[in-house]
Design a protein. Structure first.
Length: 230
């Protein structure tokens, strides 16, 4: 779609702040009102629209995608989205450790275990750890506590948290980033620890590098929205 507007602005509207294209309120793809609770995320969204040159390129507008998903989908299907994200705790990345080599085992323990310890204290949700690919069952009370944490999130917050969970394979990482326990760089390092170790030992692989770049972009976008909503 060609750019059909000349000016982008932000205005205070009922319930928060909206983005205006040539003075007309921006709406979601489902034609719902696009209202953000704070000025900062509205300004960031407006910047994405202002940066479009000639043609509108959705791939360059990650915040618009997340906000639209929150308002058009998650607002109506909050319980289903929370359930899907909560299910990751049953096989959370941080709970599945390598059984060799010793260097990787040590790195995983040093980087991942403090986050599991944090979750145990923060949500009263201790999780069990295993080595290798054999599945380990998690305490039902812990799974229930983590699900309860997701149930309390507004759609605009649950959306990036759920996105981060899927991107990293870890609900604990997503919640830690949301709660400020780690930053985006720390979350990416934890989520890609195994891949980084592989690259150190065997060198870079074009396909793996491209996948990690996409993962970093998706993680950074979700983390940025959380920071703007804080």
């Amino acid at each position: 779609m060609k750019r059909f507007y000349r000016e982008v602005s932000v205005a205070e509207v009922e319930g928060g702040f909206g983005v205006l294209l040539d003075g007309r309120a921006l709406r979601t793809p489902a034609k719902r009102g696009l209202v953000l609770p704070y000025l900062a995320p509205a300004e960031a969204l407006a910047a994405e629209w202002a940066a479009q040159d000639g043609e509108i390129r959705p791939a360059t507008m990650p915040l618009m995608k997340l906000v639209s998903t929150a308002l058009d989908l998650v607002a109506d299907k909050h319980a289903a989205v929370a359930e899907e994200a909560a299910n990751y705790a049953k096989s959370d990345l941080l709970c599945y450790r390598a059984d060799h080599p010793p260097e990787l085992i040590d790195r995983q323990a040093r980087l991942w275990q403090p986050l599991l310890d944090w979750a145990a204290l923060r949500f009263d949700a201790p999780l069990r750890v295993t080595a290798g690919i054999l599945p380990v069952s998690q305490p039902p009370d812990s799974l229930k506590a983590l699900r309860h944490a997701l149930d309390g999130l507004e759609p605009l917050v649950l959306t990036p948290v759920a996105d981060l969970t899927a991107v990293t394979g870890s609900l604990i990482l997503a919640l830690a980033l949301w709660d400020g326990e780690i930053d985006a760089a720390g979350a990416f390092a934890a989520a890609t620890l195994d891949e980084a170790f592989q690259i150190e030992r065997w060198g870079e692989d074009a396909e793996l590098t491209a996948r990690l770049d996409r993962q970093r972009r998706d993680l950074d976008a979700a983390a940025r929205l959380l920071a703007l909503l804080d």
